[in-house]
Write a protein of this length. Structure first.
Length: 202
């Protein structure tokens, strides 16, 4: 069924290409080079084959995305104005958290997570020695899988699968394009020979 559909598509495409020459002046005929170039630009079967080839790159990009550097951030503000039993304890506490971090997975499957945690707090309590203070901290978390993704085995296999799928689609796309061009070339020369025979008979 697929071969029949491809043949019909090629026939329609070739017919469109060659029939276009009828709209030109009689002394201007479609050359073989022009027919091939037009087929590369407008033939639907070739366009689909090129899309298949481009699809292969998405598999590579998806597998490489596992190793992207990821930026994280967090900002929040709290204004606590609850009424305590005694005003000497303060009637207001402002808290600001402004955090930022980076995460990166290595080829070994090791995940590094660096976080800069920055906290500011302000209060009006008369018993607080530091009514306003900053509490900046830097943390590093290292995670290493020990089972299925030990030493990055699963991640590397995912990347190899992406490269393999890209290679397969590239070869399949090339074969489809060559087959389409070959079919168009055969029909072009058949039509050219028929037109030449008509000219000789005249």
């Amino acid at each position: 069924m697929g071969s029949r559909a491809l043949l019909i598509t090629l026939s329609i495409g070739l017919g469109t290409l060659l029939s276009a020459s009828k709209a030109w002046p009689q002394q201007r005929s479609l050359t073989f080079k022009e027919a091939m170039q037009t087929a590369l630009e407008k033939n639907m079967a070739i366009k689909i084959a090129k899309l298949d080839e481009a699809l292969g790159q998405t598999f590579i990009d998806a597998s490489k995305a596992d190793f992207d550097v990821i930026f994280t951030s967090l900002f929040d503000y709290t204004d606590d104005r609850d009424k305590p039993a005694s005003t000497v304890l303060g009637t207001r506490i402002e808290t600001i958290n402004a955090n930022a971090g980076l995460r990166k997975k290595m080829a070994t499957g090791t995940l590094f997570d660096v976080q800069f945690i920055n906290k500011q707090q302000k209060t009006n309590s008369i018993f607080t020695t530091l009514p306003t203070y900053w509490d900046p901290r830097l943390s590093l978390t290292v995670t290493q899988p020990l089972l299925n993704n030990f030493f990055g085995y699963a991640d590397r296999r995912h990347l190899k699968q992406g490269l393999l799928k890209d290679t397969i689609l590239a070869h399949q796309s090339k074969d489809k394009i060559e087959a389409a061009l070959a079919a168009i070339a055969v029909r072009y020369w058949e039509r050219s020979a028929a037109q030449e025979n008509i000219s000789i008979k005249k």
